[in-house]
Design a protein around this ligand. Structure first.
Ligand code: RP5
Length: 157
């Protein structure tokens, strides 16, 4: 049974979903992934949102990115929206961020599939101590890398 359900609006969004899947695999979080478009296959979006056993949704879409909001309209589970960059960027960004009152979507930055996965992990970690520990290790590794990068930059000058 997947803990996280990833829905992408188009196969062209797969590179952004890949960033999320890398993190979910690293943290041993089960997930599934489907392509479903809010505009081109609205009934499929409804079916995925209402029948999934996952605890958190990650919805990834570009252009007029209705997908995260439409998924959120069908479920009371948390929905994390990832706006995908394109020619304009404000189109998808505002579509994901500017939800009307009552139907929240947790928005991460443009193309930040990685942050979407980490936020999903943080939600799941509220009831999973092992996952909370894994997230702490992940943070510690990041901090180590910053220090290592700093040493390298300092040495190069
Ligand atoms: C959105 O339109 C998708 O999420 C994708 O980011 C964008 C372009 O889709 P394609 O024309 O590549 O299928 O619905």
């Amino acid at each position: 049974m997947p803990k996280v359900s990833i829905i992408i609006g188009s196969k062209s969004d797969l590179p952004i979903a890949d960033k999320a899947m890398v993190i979910l695999n690293e943290l041993s979080i089960s997930f599934d992934i489907n392509v479903a478009s809010a505009h081109r296959t609205p009934k499929r979006v409804e079916e995925l949102a209402t029948t999934s056993d996952a605890e958190v949704f990650i919805a990834i879409a570009g252009l007029s990115a209705a997908l995260p909001g439409v998924v959120a309209s069908f479920t009371i589970k948390p929905v994390i929206g990832v706006p995908v960059s394109g020619k304009l960027n404000f189109d998808s960004l505002l579509s994901v961020v500017q939800m009307p009152g009552g139907i929240p979507v947790a928005a991460v930055g443009l193309d930040r599939g990685d942050n979407a996965a980490l936020l999903a992990a943080e939600i799941l970690a509220l009831n999973d101590e092992g996952l909370a520990d894994a997230l702490k290790v992940h943070r510690a590794k990041q901090a180590e890398k910053v220090l290592k990068d700093s040493d390298e930059v300092t040495d190069d000058v």
